[in-house]
Design a protein. Structure first.
Length: 363
């Protein structure tokens, strides 16, 4: 609080100045009058106290257990059940001799080799075949008359005849259309009388005598009987099989005491109500901040008389300004800030609203 007070009182010394004529309206207090001082004051937040009921302990359930009830009773119990015992009568054995086969009779196969001999045989080395043989064509020479110029007509100039009326016989020359017979020429040429052909010629097969070894008797096997082999042994044999008989064994009992439940345990659910308490909460009603420009007491008007007047006004209202010594010390400033907070006044300046609330004149 001491630092807060000293900061605001130092601020007022900076802000409280004479307003120059060239100042802009946005930078300085509006409608300022010469010789007066202005400052922006800190308006405290406004709070109200509200009470509400809050839950301190949730409603719960408590489970109470009623124990089970027991009593002691006698009971006959079987400690060993009835049973049977099997008694074994052993088998009876004796020693006997026996001839056993150690190797069975068998048949052994012996191979018999094949028999071969040499024989002569005629074999074909080339089979018979049919070949095609060409027969050439037959030609002859013949004469033939051919037309070398066909028959035609031509105009022939002839002398005038006796019936010409002109004295000049050349005036009566006549052109006649004369037939010209065809012209022929005799030629000699070779023509094919018989065309070329083919004929089939049979070529006989060729043979050769060869000597080869052939099998006259294939290989075989013959069976040889191998007799069985025996051995005499001594062995123990069972002449009477083992037997069993069943012997009955009675059950065994005894009387015991035991605790039995005659009534089971029970659980009861008991509702435990919630617990509440009433609390007071401080709620912000109106946030504070710096106010608009306010007129404040100028430094030249803060005289020793004015300081004593302020100290006395604070003391009369129950705020301790310290000694009444005409000095605006830290104690007086702290009392002023507390008075402003308690009365919802702008904080930190000697504004006219604070002076009026203290009953101190503004002159």
């Amino acid at each position: 609080m001491k630092n807060f007070t000293s900061i605001f009182w130092s601020v007022i010394l900076v802000i409280v100045i004479t307003i120059p004529a060239s100042a802009q309206m946005g930078d300085y207090p509006p409608n300022a009058e010469p010789g007066k001082c202005y400052a922006k004051c800190l308006i405290p937040d406004e709070y109200e106290t509200v009470t509400e009921e809050v839950i301190t302990k949730q409603a719960t359930q408590r489970i109470e257990i009623a124990p089970a009830q027991f009593e002691e009773v006698e009971e006959r119990i079987e400690i060993k059940p009835a049973s049977t015992r099997i008694e074994v009568i052993p088998a009876v054995f004796e020693t006997v001799e026996e001839q056993i086969e150690i190797k069975p009779a068998s048949v052994k196969l012996e191979p018999v080799a094949a028999k071969y001999e040499e024989v002569e045989e005629r074999v074909m080395i080339r089979p018979a075949e049919i070949k095609l043989k060409e027969v050439p064509a037959v030609y002859e020479t013949v004469t033939e008359q051919i037309e070398i110029a066909p028959a035609s007509t031509k105009w022939v100039k002839r002398k005038g005849d006796k019936n010409c009326l002109s004295a000049n016989p050349d005036d009566c020359l006549v052109w006649c259309l004369v037939e010209v017979p065809a012209k022929y020429e005799t030629i000699t040429k070779t023509v094919m009388k018989t065309p070329p052909t083919t004929k089939e010629v049979e070529v006989p097969a060729e043979y050769r005598d060869v000597t080869k070894t052939v099998m006259v008797k294939p290989p075989t096997t013959k069976e040889i009987q191998v007799p069985a082999q025996y051995k005499t042994i001594t062995k123990t044999v069972m002449v009477r099989a083992p037997e069993t008989r069943v012997i009955e064994i009675a059950a065994e009992y005894k009387t015991i005491k035991k605790t039995v439940m005659v009534k089971p345990a029970e659980t009861n659910v008991i509702e435990v109500p919630a617990e509440f308490k009433t609390v007071a909460n401080r709620r912000l009603v109106k946030p504070g901040g710096f106010s608009e420009w306010r007129e404040v007491l100028c430094q030249n008007k803060l005289t020793r008389v004015k300081i004593i007047e302020i100290q006395r006004a604070l003391k009369s209202r129950g705020y301790d300004p310290g000694p009444i010594d005409d000095i605006m010390g830290s104690q007086t400033k702290s009392a002023l800030v507390k008075f402003q907070k308690d009365n919802g006044l702008p904080i930190g300046q000697l504004d006219f609203e604070t002076l009026k609330a203290l009953g101190v004149s503004t002159n």
